[in-house]
Design a protein around this ligand. Structure first.
Ligand code: HH2
Length: 287
């Protein structure tokens, strides 16, 4: 059965695991830069991810990898123009990964239903109002500093407490701009201004973020912290690490998984869900 936006926004209550497939229409993304710049390649990849079990496809036209340069709204729209209609035609909900309201409006007009803003509404003051007006879903992500310099020297006294407080404040900012709280998703921003120990602490404390009352999205896919743990230097070789991070975060309350390797993550989640469903049915042996 196809997932609708409502199923994604209520996943924290139903326990449904949502796989968000990544489509980067960029020349410089850290693991797949240049692979899907051609609209025909982008369309094929979106179709593949939908067939592999993606519940939503997140399309981005600006890399946010550490050290990346900005792409203005016109540049993002030029990359998206031929791609978005083809992705929407795949039949799964589409999310737009942008911090710019002009790009988000373009994507919503083309049929996207969710805005994934890695700046949580801080980059472009118009974005929250747009999400409210268009009744779009909205991902609020934590990031320390900006992609250009976020990995320079990230420091926290209490990373989990600080990220949670930031997300709570951004929920209030979005609500004040008129966004329905029920449209919001929160994300600790794995790799965005975080060292290995910060990423691990956040993944271990998903429950503290889930207590904000909104679905928790995590995006560990192929990221550097996995290579730091496993020695896998090549991002494409970090699929097993990605699966492990997703399963661990699911166990702690995350329900939305933003990943490149849809087939592997969907398969792992299906097995985990099967085991959990069996455990729920079983009569306890000891009272
Ligand atoms: N990570 C990336 C981009 N967008 N959005 C959310 N909500 N959460 C994330 O963790 C997240 C995100 C970075 O990954 P990727 O898109 O693969 O790379 P790049 O930014 O180089 O395009």
């Amino acid at each position: 059965m196809r997932t609708a936006l409502d199923d994604i926004l209520t996943s924290h209550r139903t326990g449904k695991s949502v796989v968000m497939g990544i489509l980067n229409v960029t020349p410089d993304s850290f693991s797949d830069g240049g692979d899907f710049l051609d609209p025909a390649d982008a369309r094929r990849h979106a179709e593949r991810m939908a067939a592999d079990g993606a519940d939503v496809i997140d399309v981005g036209a600006e890399s946010t990898r550490p050290g990346s340069d900005r792409v203005d709204a016109a540049g993002q729209i030029a990359r998206l123009r031929d791609v978005l209609p083809a992705v929407v035609a795949c039949g799964v909900p589409v999310s737009i990964d942008t911090t710019r309201s002009e790009v988000a409006a373009f994507a919503l007009d083309a049929g996207a239903q969710l805005i994934n803003d890695v700046s949580a509404g801080r980059d472009d003051p118009e974005l929250l109002a747009l999400a409210a007006e268009r009744q779009a879903g909205l991902v609020l992500m934590h990031m320390l500093a900006r992609p250009k310099d976020m990995q320079a020297d990230p420091r926290y006294d209490d990373v989990v407490g600080e990220v949670r407080a930031f997300l709570a404040e951004r929920i209030e900012a979005a609500a004040a701009a008129g966004v329905d709280r029920g449209a919001l998703i929160v994300d600790p921003g794995i790799g965005f201004g975080k060292r290995l120990e910060h990423n691990l602490a956040l993944l271990a404390s998903v429950g503290a973020l889930a207590s904000l009352g909104r679905p928790v999205l995590i995006g560990p896919s192929r990221k550097r912290f996995l290579g730091e743990l496993t020695g896998r230097a090549e991002p494409r070789q970090r699929v097993v690490g990605t699966v492990a991070a997703c399963l661990s975060a699911r166990w702690r309350g995350a329900t939305i998984f933003r990943v490149h390797d849809v087939s592997a993550v969907r398969e792992a989640l299906t097995v985990a869900e099967g085991i959990d469903a069996s455990a729920e049915k079983k009569t306890p042996m000891i009272d």
